[in-house]
Design a protein around this ligand. Structure first.
Ligand code: PGA
Length: 253
């Protein structure tokens, strides 16, 4: 049985007082659970605050992106080692917003994945097709291309201990969720493709679904055999919604 994960992606949201209110409300509603992990990926300037609030609690914290560089003249970048120093255990890598708006092509995502691993972070490696790609029937081709970039650079063994996330771009922030069958199909495809290289790694690899997950649809999504939890944007900013998703993951585990 794979572990379940619920990971919040705050994106470009937050404020010192708002973060504290949100995290205190989340902490009031969670208990440690052996089969289910909870984390929030926050804007880098808030990592120190979040560490202060979450250290010693069941909620882990992480970054939303990792520089592909370790150090040097790269203005604006945040390295994996810096995230680790602030207690982050994971980081999102290859989110579709970074791919679409900030030039994170497959090869760059592969470098970021490798940099995150090297720094000792668990990369949460995102993949997903646009609406146009789904309508053209090339979803699996797109997922294969995105996955293969990392497999080719780092090898299947490097996926062990990491987390994948399937996030159809057309479902992110749109209120339009993939059906549980659509999610299952994509997750099974990704697992099978990793499995061609390393069956054991594929069998234990957590694959999260992201894209308009809410308390009301989480249970159905998490009931699918290859859906091991969720990467949650909008609903992670509202304690009660995030907790409802967490409870669905615990119940599914
Ligand atoms: P959403 O975002 O839950 O707001 O759709 C998910 C994500 O982008 O990770």
């Amino acid at each position: 049985m794979r572990q379940k994960y619920v990971v919040g992606n705050w994106k470009l949201n937050g404020s010192l007082p708002g973060n504290e209110t949100l995290l205190r409300a989340i902490l009031a509603g969670v208990k440690p659970h052996p089969g289910c992990h909870l984390a929030v990926c926050v804007p880098a300037p808030y990592l120190a605050q979040v560490r202060g609030l979450l250290e010693g609690t069941p909620v882990a914290w992480g970054g939303q992106d990792v520089s592909r560089f370790e150090k040097g003249a790269y203005t604006g970048e945040v390295s994996g080692a810096m995230l680790r120093e602030l207690g982050a255990t994971c980081s999102i890598v290859g989110h579709s917003e970074r791919r679409a708006l900030f030039g994170d092509a497959d090869a760059i995502v592969a470098e970021k994945f490798a940099a995150a691993r090297k720094a000792g972070l668990v990369p949460i490696f995102c993949m997903g097709e646009t609406l146009d790609e789904r309508e053209r029937g090339v979803t699996e081709e797109v997922l294969a291309r995105q996955l293969d970039a990392v497999l080719e650079k780092s090898g299947a063994a490097a996926l062990d201990g990491t987390v994948l996330a399937y996030e159809p771009v057309w479902a992110i922030g749109t209120g339009r969720t993939a059906t549980s069958e659509q999610a299952q199909q994509a997750h099974a495809f990704l697992r099978a493709r990793v499995g061609k290289k390393d069956a054991a790694v594929a069998a234990r690899l957590p694959i999260l679904y992201g894209g308009s997950v809410k308390g009301s649809n989480a249970a159905e999504l998490f009931a699918m055999p290859d859906v091991d939890g969720g990467l949650i944007g909008g609903a992670s900013l509202v304690a009660e919604d995030f907790l409802a998703i967490w409870r669905a993951a615990v119940a599914a585990g």
